[in-house]
Write a protein that binds this ligand. Structure first.
Ligand code: NAP
Length: 212
């Protein structure tokens, strides 16, 4: 993947929206748009995880389905791009490898902002090469309403001031919607209309995803 040619490297702020996206939903899109505006991002690149390192393969839908649903969800927004960098990997995808790919190939010279759920960021000390990772990008930890923010505060207290300044919190009311909630509703045959963009809803129906 490379960025549209009109932009020179070195001048860009790029958001990297990492997640399993099983499925992508309105909360993710509102998050990406809010981050784009608050952090003056030129683009937000959605990166569906291939084989998430901490998840059982059986629990997650095939990467190709999650990738295609992400494409369908972002197609009307010229600032949103989807990357196959993790989907194409045969082995588990670690964020440090993804960030290294973007610093060397995908967006050299750009300022990188990794956007993901606050729950995931809480576990960052367990991620591969986390200190190198924190040197190479800024994190945007996204939380739902009523998320216990103290947990994140306790975690960032353990960091030195320089690293602490690399984690920003973003609270998104629309993130009350979750992928788990959508999967459960789909499994029960309940409507998922308006929780995810219509083309994604149609894709889920057509492929019978999340049926028990
Ligand atoms: P997860 O456990 O599935 O999600 C944790 C929470 O964050 C869920 O509430 C989830 O809600 C939310 N979330 C996930 N991605 C989000 C996003 N981009 N924006 C807003 N909320 C989001 O976490 P995951 O999706 O597997 O992992 C998140 C990212 O961290 C991925 O890119 C993954 O590769 C990376 N990660 C890396 C390592 C490593 O390098 N060792 C380890 C763990 C995770 P929804 O279910 O509604 O999305």
């Amino acid at each position: 993947m490379s960025l549209p040619p009109s932009h020179k490297p070195g001048q860009l702020n790029i958001g990297l929206m990492g997640g399993t996206f099983d499925p992508i939903h309105i909360g993710h899109l509102v998050t990406a748009e809010e981050a784009r505006q608050q952090f003056s991002l030129d683009y937000v690149i959605f990166i569906p995880a291939g084989l998430p390192p901490h998840k059982d393969k059986e629990q997650v839908s095939p990467a190709e389905h999650r990738y295609l649903m992400t494409i369908l969800a972002v197609m009307s927004n010229p600032s949103f791009i989807v990357s196959r960098v993790e989907v194409d990997k045969k082995e588990p995808s670690y964020t440090i490898d993804t960030i290294r790919y973007f610093t060397t190939h995908g967006a050299p010279g750009a300022n990188l902002f990794f956007i993901t759920g606050a729950d995931a960021i809480l576990e960052i000390f367990t991620w591969k090469d986390y200190s190198a990772l924190m040197n190479q990008c800024t994190f945007i930890a996204v939380s739902r309403p009523e998320y216990p923010l103290e947990k994140l505060g306790e975690m960032t207290e353990k960091l030195c001031p320089e690293m602490k300044s690399k984690i920003h919190l973003l609270e998104i009311p629309a993130l009350a919607i979750s992928s788990t909630f959508i999967r459960k509703r789909a499994a029960l045959g309940k409507t998922i209309k308006y929780l995810t963009p219509e083309p994604v809803e149609q894709y889920i129906k057509k492929h019978g995803l999340y049926k028990k």
